[in-house]
Design a protein around this ligand. Sequence first.
Ligand code: PMP
Length: 330
Amino acid sequence: MQFYNSVLDLIGNTPLVKLNSVTDGVAATVLAKVEYLNPGGSIKDRIAQRMIDEAEASGALQVGGTIVEPTSGNTGVGLAMVAQQRGYKCVFVCPDKVSEDKRNVLKAYGAEVVVCPTAVEPEDPRSYYKVSDRLLSEIEGAWKPDQYSNPANPASHYHQTGPELWEQTGGGLTHFVAGIGTGGTITGTGKYLKEVSNGRVKVVGADPEGSVYSGGTGRPYLVEGVGEDFWPANYEAGLPDEIVEVTDAEAFEMTRRLAREEGLLVGGSAGMAVVGALDVARRAEPEDVIVVILPDGGRGYLSKIFNDTWMTEFGFMGAGTGDTTVAEVL
Ligand code: PMP
């Protein structure tokens, strides 16, 4: 009999798959790490598990405790899943602009979701920041993971994602490319790969145009999960050798191509990272091996990136790039 003892044993050890079509004209090898195969559907399962492990070890999180985090994204799903397995309560605080589908995923795991109005100042007691602070101080045994500053976030990538990539490529990777959100993935994985290769592996960040990591001010962009308007503690700015700036249009076009040409239904930050990886690959040697992270799957973006009306509304699908319908052909 072959089985795992718990869903948590399915976290990590995700496979690498070669990109064969979007790499047309590129001599170097581009390998994608498929993080949507984690049980909660994203790379964030890794950090959720380690943040909770370390909080248990330090006593910050105790039996009967409650996890309180202002998130509605992949980190919330990871935390909700690990919390369910370990017997903790979870309360997520999110602004009302977050879709009902996203809130329902968290509730499905048994978490509570507190929705706050977006249209109030951060100092307003109803704001998402103030409400999560209040819950944290008033709920007994409450603990806030804070993925932006918690060292267990990059540590999970230093101890897991990095060694996996080194082993899977037999030490043969030459470049590591990842998007930057909290900075955990690029900092933890990049640091490990630089150490183990004596600085040979080049680390490249992909960043939405307008985000601080590529020199912007945090001006709004639509790709989700990456880019910031502040510098999180978990990002080590000196680590990447290079940052490639990617527009929303480039990221979304590549995201759609990954589904149609590679059979990989992934999120927009994966498309963005692949644009960065191809930019590196075009300048690389034919024998180079570029690894790129695909952080999550595409199902959460069906009404946006994969919706022609939404894409057209935001100007990402101009004349000539749209789909041809069967009716038009016949
Ligand atoms: N892509 C998606 C979809 C994410 O949710 C995140 C995490 N915010 C990232 C990329 C970036 O990862 P990190 O926080 O480790 O920089």
